[in-house]
Design a protein around this ligand. Structure first.
Ligand SMILES: Cc1cc2nc3c(=O)[nH]c(=O)nc-3n(C[C@H](O)[C@H](O)[C@H](O)COP(=O)(O)OP(=O)(O)OC[C@H]3O[C@@H](n4cnc5c(N)ncnc54)[C@H](O)[C@@H]3O)c2cc1C
Length: 293
């Protein structure tokens, strides 16, 4: 590994100033589980590394009208957080699948999203939950829907002088607010090995149901395109309809339209399309069961 300068800001402002000063030569580090292997392998060679670990505003999970997840909240925190497990189940599912317990104790949600791997396990659940990215830069804060955050493989809308501060998302409705509305979510991925493997395909579904009919469906896919994508045709096919097994099967077929997979050593494009259909069916069925639970 090459030598680099380390900066330890204690606030978002200090961090933004450091990034603005050093430009593209600087890299932020949170848990380091993506960045350090990349540095070790010479894939990235920052002259300056800015450690986010001392910035209190990036930490924690706050539950109110919706959920605010600090960019430095770890996968382990999300996996175990009682409110996330109860109301934001797809996110708890995705967080629980990242690496091993040792990795999850370090791996942050911000790092998972900003690394922008097509297989990132926390991206589809957050997209299905309609999260927005809160981004800080020299001109202040801006918000970007997570569905518009990713621009390519390992590319996001973040400028070199910006950092991700948090994810914010609306609360899915639950009784008693909704005697009529209920909502549930699920994320499932396929990997050849049970642990320490990345998704060949991952699917997150979130459904809101009123009087037996779907009023909102959000389905997001990982590892089938350069960025995580919404299965919009499948979402539209469900809205306004009763979530019968036949309707779910039809939506699972439509979800395949959103997938533009490649063939690689992990699976062929055809196998990935097959997985999209199967995992969409399974996550929709699980989401509906959780909504009714
Ligand atoms: C053994 C192993 C297994 C893994 N298994 C999985 C898996 O199953 N699923 C999965 O999705 N991932 C997996 N990963 C990848 C990794 O653990 C996750 O992507 C993790 O969430 C990255 O978070 P981090 O805090 O470690 O990121 P870091 O390595 O600290 O940062 C990653 C990138 O994001 C940038 N960054 C970090 N935080 C911010 C911020 N707030 N604002 C702007 N930029 C930021 C950094 O500059 C860097 O480019 C695995 C990694 C390892 C080593």
């Amino acid at each position: 590994m090459r030598r680099f300068e380390m900066i330890l800001p204690s606030s978002v402002d200090e961090c933004v100033k450091a990034l603005a000063t050093h430009g593209a030569g600087a890299k932020t580090v949170a848990g380091g589980t993506d960045l350090l292997p990349q540095m070790k392998n010479g894939l990235v060679k920052p002259a300056v590394v800015v450690d986010l670990g001392g910035i209190a505003a990036l930490k924690g999970v706050t539950n109110g009208a919706g959920l605010r997840v600090g960019a430095c909240a770890t996968a382990r925190e999300l996996e175990l957080h009682p409110e996330v497990r109860k109301r934001y189940t797809a996110l708890a599912d995705g967080a629980a699948l990242v690496g091993s317990v040792q990795v999850r104790n370090l791996a942050t949600v911000g790092g998972n999203l900003c690394n922008a791997a097509p297989s990132a396990d926390m991206a589809p659940p957050l997209m299905a939950l309609e999260a927005e990215a809160v981004i800080a830069g020299p001109k202040g804060e801006r918000r970007v829907p997570l569905s518009a955050f990713f621009t390519g493989v390992r590319q996001t809308v973040l400028g070199a002088d910006e950092l991700l501060v948090a994810l914010v998302m609306p609360a899915p409705p639950v009784p008693p607010e909704a005697g009529l509305y209920v909502s549930g979510g699920s994320y499932i991925r396929h990997t050849p090995r049970r642990e320490l493997d990345i998704a060949v395909v991952g699917v997150a579904s979130q459904v809101t149901v009123q009087n037996g009919r779907c009023v909102k469906a959000r389905i997001a896919l990982a590892s089938v395109a350069p960025t995580p994508v919404h299965a919009t045709a499948a979402e539209r096919a469900l809205e306004g309809q009763p979530l019968t097994p036949e309707r779910i099967e039809q939506a699972a077929g439509l979800a395949v339209e959103a997938a533009k997979p490649i063939s690689d050593q992990r699976g062929s494009a055809d196998f990935r399309r097959h997985l999209v259909r199967v995992l969409t069916r399974r996550t929709l069925t699980a989401a509906l069961a959780r909504a009714r639970a």
